[in-house]
Design a protein around this ligand. Sequence first.
Ligand SMILES: [Zn+2]
Length: 694
Amino acid sequence: MLKKSLFILISCCMIYSCGVKEEQNPFLADFQTENGVPPFDEIKMEHYEPAFLKGIEEQNKNIEEIIDSKEPPTFSNVIERLDNSSPILDRVGGVFYNLTSAETTEELTNLSLKLSPILTEQNDNIYLNQALFDKVNAVYQNREKEELTTEQLRLLEKVYQGFIRAGAKLPADAQQRLREINTQLSTLALTFGHNILNEDNSYKLLIDNEADLAGLPTSYIQSAKEEAKLIGEEGKWLVTLHNSSRLPFLQYAENRDLRKELFSAYINRGNNQNENNNKEVITEIVKLRLEKAQLLGYTNFADFVLARNMAKDSETVMNFLHKLWDYSLPAAKKEADELEQLLKEELPEESLEAWDWWFYTEKLRQSKYALNEEEIKPYFKLENVRDGAFTVANKLYGISITKIEGVPVYHPDVEVFEVKDRDGSQLGLFYVDYFPRAGKRSGAWMSSYRDQKGEIRPLICNVCNFTKPTADLPSLLTLDEVETLFHEFGHALHGLLTKCNYAGVSGTSVSRDFVELPSQINEHWAMEPEVLKMYAKHYQTNEVISDELIEKIIKQSTFNEGFRTTELLAAAILDMNLHVLTTADDLDVVAYEKEAMDKLGLIKQIPPRYRTTYFNHIVGGYAAGYYSYLWANVLDSDAFEAFKENGIFDQETADLFRRNVLEKGDSEDPMILYKNFRGKEPQLEPMLKNRGLI
Ligand SMILES: [Zn+2]
């Protein structure tokens, strides 16, 4: 997943009233640190709010100067200056929004709720500023007369469309309504996320009977015991909703009732009659989005979103998803039949339920491929996998990645690496924060503290929730976690290798359905035999993974893929269904979800990968955008074919990918970039083949 807090352009009449003196606030000037990194050791809670307010003041001053300029409007005195209009907001926003996701506190959470309407108002004050729009529009209408580069034209188009899409051309009353909608939406989104975090953190399955642990790996039991001790429950075992705790439990625990309890707790998050209820929150979000889209002249919110993506409209996306559905559902049903047979051998009177899926899948994996995840995990020590990802990047792009000490961090788990190009020049710094904590959102994502533009190199981070090391065991990753590490590092490469002149187009600021190409293509290398030999070494003996184990891993690569594709597709279709609505007056999201899934013929054993009340993606930047993972999967599978055809470390192919995709950001239309790399448009077949669907 990719997270980006954008302060593209953002007046506010709040008074700058905090007691902290300006010169003591590290956000108010360039960070006085080596590499200009955030000085986490100096940043205090009381610095954020005044910095945001001062940042707004600074931005308003810069915008006034653009408007008051007597020179004729040009790309450089309007668009370029807008791109550089908010240095303080860029600095404070980069730190603040990373921390509210990775290491939040009640104070940070409360401040984000307080700031949200202020920043939304600032954004609207800019995009609905008629004098500023007149300037932008003048540059846009005269674009043929200036000699602009492709990148400049792309940024100009993006900025101009940004104003139109924000309502710059609408009458005053519609603009006023848009402001109200935007403010409400920003606060609702925060509430939605906080509710999920609260649901995740408040649920605790405490086990005090050792027999209930039957089937679970020793390492898991030890970790669960340590977790219980941490919350003052010594002698018991703690199971939580976090992936690294929940998934192995569903996979191995023989106690079916407990699996059911844990599974039900997970899929009902935000759908309980408690203070974390998200039903009304998401309903309100859907209604407000629809109203916004219609004010802006679109039939529904999906078409509003998709107009700026590769896919262009909801019909294209729906056709694409339904086409895949016809391949994936039959495959999932076949898998369900096989699993039910296994279940019936033990429980002849019972039928397969959703909480059985992971358990019998693991059994089937073992019987079909004689492969047990516990048997392979010792070869996937986190540090080895990470070094493997670094080595692949080195072999492909010639970059070197070295750990550096002494860089201020916000938590002891965070490590920092310096990334250098082939010629020794610095490409940027890379922060990793791999283990779950109470203040961290679930999932895995890439983000930045500073984006690249011109000579300024980026500060990129990966934040994940991988299995934690215990007193006796290092962090040993599952195959899914290995892929996640490569995935997030692929986003990081997109952020680190970019070579653009403007922040508005650099790095990962591409359309949603293109952004997963660099991340997903990077996953392909993780399971290549040649690559596994490089990094998959036993954590105790350093012995390289055997050919026999590699063969088993490869053989089972399409195993359970019917389920995986189906749960992803169901979530993507659910997202689209919510956003193609043209009326939402009587919307009951839970009933609507059920109706939509029934209509699809989704089987009861497979819930959508995310259900409406905890679908963080669609409240964040992936509204009418969850399909992007599958859309980009077509791109990454087709792109990796080029590597398979020419050699997975073929320098020419790697150079083409680097120069046309990784370095280019959003400086050109994504399909043009893709074709420049591949020489042709992407085909669907490689993706279907990789998923074992044809
Ligand atoms: Zn991603």
